[in-house]
Every structure is written in C-alpha cells, then in structure tokens.
Design a protein around this ligand. Structure first.
Ligand SMILES: [Zn+2]
Length: 378
C-alpha cells in the first residue's frame, strides 16, 4: 500500500515530498513522491499521557478556579453522580478521544467505567486505579482491599493519587515495587507550601481528617525521592512547581512527565518548566487531564496551550517539540517504544485533512478535530 500525502510528520516536523510504503500495518519504506500527492498530512496517532474519562460529565460544570478549592468542588460533585452515569460519561469521553486522533491513553480512574469504554471504542491504554488514604490513614488496609477489587474488575493497576493524599507507609510500599506508576505531583502552590512549610490549605484539610504527613523543608519531588518513588517507569503528572534541583532529580532518576497545560492554566497553577525538562532529556507527554478542568477533548488545543505556557514562562519551546510530546513523548513517558514514523514501525497513523500547510506551527494553529481521520493500513 502506497500512502502519498503532501506532508508527513516525522519527529514532530512536517516534511514535504515523501510517501510511505506500508504492508500489514508496518512501514516498509519512506521515499520521495513517485506520483501526485493527495491533499492531506500523515501523523503518528496521539497518546493522551494523562486522562480522567470519568469526569467528562462535569465538563463546564465547575466554577472554582483555584486548585485546592476546585478539588473540594469536584469531590462534592462526584457524590451526586450515579455509577451508571459515570459509565456513560466514560464512554462519551473515550469516543471523543478516538475522534480526536488519540490511540492510547494513560487513564487515572477512581470509579468504574474506563475499561469497558475503551474496549467499546477501540481506545488502547493503561488504567491506573487511584489510591487515596487521606481519611483512612490510621488503618488503610480495608480501603486498599476495596481499591484492589475495583482494579481487578477493570484490569487496572493501583497507583498513588498524589504525595499528599496517600499516607507515607502506603506510598513507600508502592514505591518499592516494580510497577509502572503515575502520580500527580508538584501541581499547585498549595502543595508546594505544604511540603516546604507544613502549612496552607492542604494542611488544613489534613488536619480535618487527622492525616499526618510530617513534612516540611522539602519539595514534593524531594519527598517522592526520599520514599523511593523516583525511578524509571514512574510518571509525574504536572510538575508545575518543579525548580532546578527538582528537575535535576527527575532527570537523574529516569522519571517521565505528563504535561497538562490547559488544566494547569484553568486551576491557577504555574506553567510547567518544559524547556528545562526537555533540555535535561526528560521524556514529556501531553495529557488532556479531565474535561472538567481542561475543557473539550482536543489535542490541538492542548498543543497550542503547551506553546503558550512556554511563552508565559519566557522559556519558549518549539512547535515540533510540542507535536513530539503529543505522539512519541507521551509514548515514552509510559514506556512504549517505536511510536514514530520510521521504517519498521507499526505506529497507528492519522490522516489530517488540511491543505497547503508548510510547518508544524501552522498545523497546531489551524488543525481541528473535525479534520482528523484514521488511516487503515492493514
Ligand atoms: Zn489528573
């Protein structure tokens, strides 16, 4: 099968003048055009490096714009939702991920519904069943058993939600295992205040539940390192507050990042230091997080937000590096290899129906979900 678009995205760069030869879904050859090109572009499919399908029903429903207030608001909104509704929301979100050109997701799941939604829509990925022991920290055993049962039901594996919502002993037991784990970390100024000074709004919530972390004088990233969490196969979500010492630790320990710029912007979190992380060689994926914080499921909006976040920090990154984050960066952040257009790869391919573009920057600015089609190659 010869695929002859006018442009192919290789390593995030829109290259003009090449065609692909594909057999049984495997790219056999990339060569100069041998005929008239068609009016579309080929890109690797996207990887959504951090997702919460179950919050799709809360898109546009929450009004708090400060992270710790928003967390309380979404917690309250969840108690109003029925299990059946959550499953239906997961299905809509999975359909929208597929329509947006996403082949693979890293799903953080609390309630049930993600696996069946993914199976029904052909969306691949890993499901992390979130562990929170904030209320049960004195005796987390029964809560952990209940979460394990849920995880089994949807073929998920357990992961701690955040360094400040899981008791230290439980976090250490996960840290010492070999599993692929993903954790929200260093997201908000409130989290930073808790770990540095032991005070602030998250500390107030801890007090309410009699939850003692005993932290102070360190960053959340340093705390994660201290409990043994930082090692290859570990993905940190957000890292908005990471400073130079944190970035050095992340790079040295072989940890990856999920960057969620629209969610960060919506919840008054600082833009993450993506340029410094990239320069340190850290794999970064783009995550659409939840539709309740990020808005509609759309990787092009997320890519634009990633560019804008880097400009806001006055540490600009290139459009090509952002497109890579949406594809191979996301895959690398989750331990998947070969997620790029190269000979021998079986990466799923997208057909982007847009004419006359010359650069990746133009693609990010002008593409829309309506122009995405899946390319059948086997
Ligand atoms: Zn999240």
């Amino acid at each position: 099968m010869i695929i002859r678009p006018y442009g192919v995205v290789i390593d995030g760069e829109l290259q003009l003048g090449d065609e692909l030869v594909v057999e049984d879904g495997i790219i056999q050859e990339i060569r100069p055009h041998t005929g008239m090109p068609e009016p579309w572009i080929i890109s690797p499919a996207f990887v959504n490096a951090h997702s919460h399908l179950e919050y799709r029903g809360l898109q546009g429903q929450l009004s708090e714009s400060e992270f710790h207030h928003w967390i309380l608001e979404i917690g309250a909104a969840k108690t109003e939702q029925l299990a059946q509704q959550v499953r239906a929301d997961c299905l809509i979100a999975a359909q929208e991920n597929r329509a947006a050109g996403i082949a693979w997701i890293a799903e953080h799941s609390d309630r049930l519904g993600a696996r069946e939604a993914m199976a029904a829509t052909g969306l691949n990925g890993v499901i992390f069943q979130e562990v929170i022991t904030l209320i049960e920290s004195a005796d987390p055993g029964p809560k952990l058993d209940a979460i394990r049962e849920k995880a089994q039901e949807q073929d998920a594996h357990l992961t701690p939600h955040a360094p400040y919502t899981v008791d230290r002993t439980t976090l250490e037991s996960f840290a010492s295992g070999r599993d692929l784990l993903s954790i929200h970390a260093s997201e908000s100024p409130a989290e930073q205040e808790l770990f540095h000074r032991g005070t602030g709004p998250i500390s107030d919530i801890h007090e309410k539940f009699g939850f003692e972390l005993g932290v102070g004088g360190m960053s959340p990233i340093q705390y994660l390192n201290e409990v043994g969490f930082l090692r290859p196969g570990r993905q940190l979500v957000h890292v908005c507050e990471a400073d130079e010492a944190d970035i050095d630790l992340i790079a040295a320990q072989g940890v990856s990042i999920a960057h969620c710029p629209r969610s960060n912007d919506e919840l008054s979190c600082r833009p993450a230091p993506t340029r410094q992380l990239l320069e340190a060689g850290v794999p970064i994926g783009l995550g659409l997080d939840s539709a309740a914080s990020s808005g509609p499921i759309n990787m092009f909006s997320e890519m634009l937000a990633a560019l804008e976040a880097s400009y806001a920090r006055k540490e600009p990154i290139s459009p090509e590096s952002v497109w890579r984050m949406a594809c191979e960066g996301g895959a690398e952040s989750l331990g998947l290899s070969g997620w790029r257009i190269e000979v021998g790869s079986r990466v799923p391919l997208l057909k982007l129906n847009i004419e006359s573009l010359a650069t990746t920057e133009e693609m990010i600015e002008q593409m829309s979900v309506e122009r995405v089609e899946w390319l059948q190659t086997d």
